[in-house]
Ligand binder design. Structure first.
Ligand SMILES: *Cc1c(COP(=O)(O)O)cnc(C)c1O
Length: 382
């Protein structure tokens, strides 16, 4: 299997060199837009590309407002603050995620509460969520969701759309409403992914995106907060040092953050966004080729959930067991074809191992079996 997979991947990417997991492609107006910021000297906190990039992302995702930030982690930090997360609160999320999800929760002085993922979405499971809440939580007289045991407030719910595949949003939206939890989607991996025709990251109070170098499109480093007009205005204020608008005075009305995206990075983002649909088309062709390749084998290629248009940011295959996974990882990486296991579960990391959790059997099962495959946009197809 490994030998055939390696030659399949090398044929597809038409390369005998090292094949990375995900490389960015700059085949549009990147040079022109970035050079424009340099010529104009507006490379930093002032400049037209930030406004343009925010408007372009808002219109692509159909979010009322989009606020650009330095990275996706900063975007999630501010989104959680605006969702009302305070020190001492609990915030529900999945253990199968990148560490940034939990770090943003910790920056608020809150603690993650780990609930399992679904096997058919790889995202937070509405079934596991409902079952944990009905057993362990209750609404107090003010309608705040609290643990039965010690009355700790559970303030928000943060699903993550793993590898770009949308989580079960209908279920998560309805449970979050019923239990009075602010829904904040970590859509860092799912720019371009739609659930029932609606863009991921626009289902909850707030959603966040990432434009890190390994994501489906990049600004070098960067992120975005998706929100309604009112929360969007607050997000803009908080991420730009909370300065009150004034012609020349420096008045700041709260502890703000210097989380704004520089104009230089936004210029790159404008050029990348113009190519996003082509990137996704190329990725969907690759995903289909992988699906055909694995058809009839004992490895299960992960395909988009029902009612979804996934961006297929990172292709994933599920092995039969850990022995098969380890063999696949070793043979491909030895031959210069980069593959990776999924992240170590968050509840096993030193700083989060004491956190509360529900039953995590699906996450544990996936942790031993998932392998990510090379997923770059093929040069020349975008
Ligand atoms: C990439 C990513 C982020 C944000 O990462 P930054 O590098 O800070 O932009 C957050 N959550 C998940 C799940 C991610 O994959």
């Amino acid at each position: 299997m490994s030998e055939q997979l390696i030659s399949f991947i090398r044929d597809y990417f038409r390369s005998e060199e090292f094949i990375p997991l995900h490389a960015p492609v700059f085949s549009g107006k990147e040079n022109a837009y970035v050079a424009d910021t340099i010529t104009s000297t507006f490379v930093s906190s002032v400049g037209a590309y930030v406004d343009r990039f925010e408007q372009d992302v808002a219109s692509y995702t159909d979010a009322p407002r989009a606020i650009a930030t330095v990275n996706g982690t900063a975007a999630l930090h501010i989104a959680l603050k605006l969702a009302g997360v305070k020190p001492g609160d609990l915030v529900i999320t999945q253990p199968l995620t990148f560490v940034a999800t939990c770090n943003a929760i910790a920056y608020c002085g809150a603690e993650p509460l780990f609930i399992d993922v679904d096997l058919h979405t790889l995202g937070l499971s509405p079934t596991a969520l409902e079952s944990w809440l009905s057993e362990n939580a209750q609404l107090d007289c003010e309608g705040v969701c609290r643990t039965k045991e010690d009355h700790q407030a559970i303030r928000a719910c943060v699903p993550m759309h793993t590898f770009g595949h949308p989580a079960d949003l209908d279920g998560l939206v309805s449970i979050s409403k019923r239990w009075n939890l602010a829904l904040v989607e970590d859509a860092a991996e799912s720019l371009g992914s739609f659930y029932k025709g609606q863009h991921t990251g626009t289902f909850g109070e707030l959603g966040t995106l990432s434009f890190n170098g390994n994501k489906i499109m990049t600004t070098g480093g960067g992120g975005m907060i998706l929100a309604n007009q009112e929360l969007g205005a607050q997000a803009k204020h908080l991420t730009t040092t909370a300065k009150k608008p004034h012609a020349y005075e420096y008045i700041h009305d709260q502890v703000g953050y210097n989380y704004r995206m520089p104009n230089l990075n936004a210029a790159l983002g404008c050029a990348q966004l113009e190519q996003l649909e082509q990137f996704i088309a190329a990725k969907r062709v690759l995903a289909e080729s992988y699906r055909d390749f694995f058809h009839g084998s004992d490895l299960q290629f992960f395909t988009e959930p029902e009612h979804c248009r996934s961006n297929y940011w990172l292709n994933a295959v599920i092995c039969q067991d850990k022995v098969q996974r380890d063999a696949l990882l070793k043979s491909t990486n030895d031959k210069g074809v980069m593959t990776r296991p999924v992240w170590a579960l968050m509840n096993n990391l030193a700083m989060y191992q004491g956190c509360r959790r529900g039953d995590l059997s699906n996450s544990e099962w996936l942790e031993e079996r998932v392998v990510n495959l090379p997923s770059s946009v093929l040069q020349g197809t975008a």
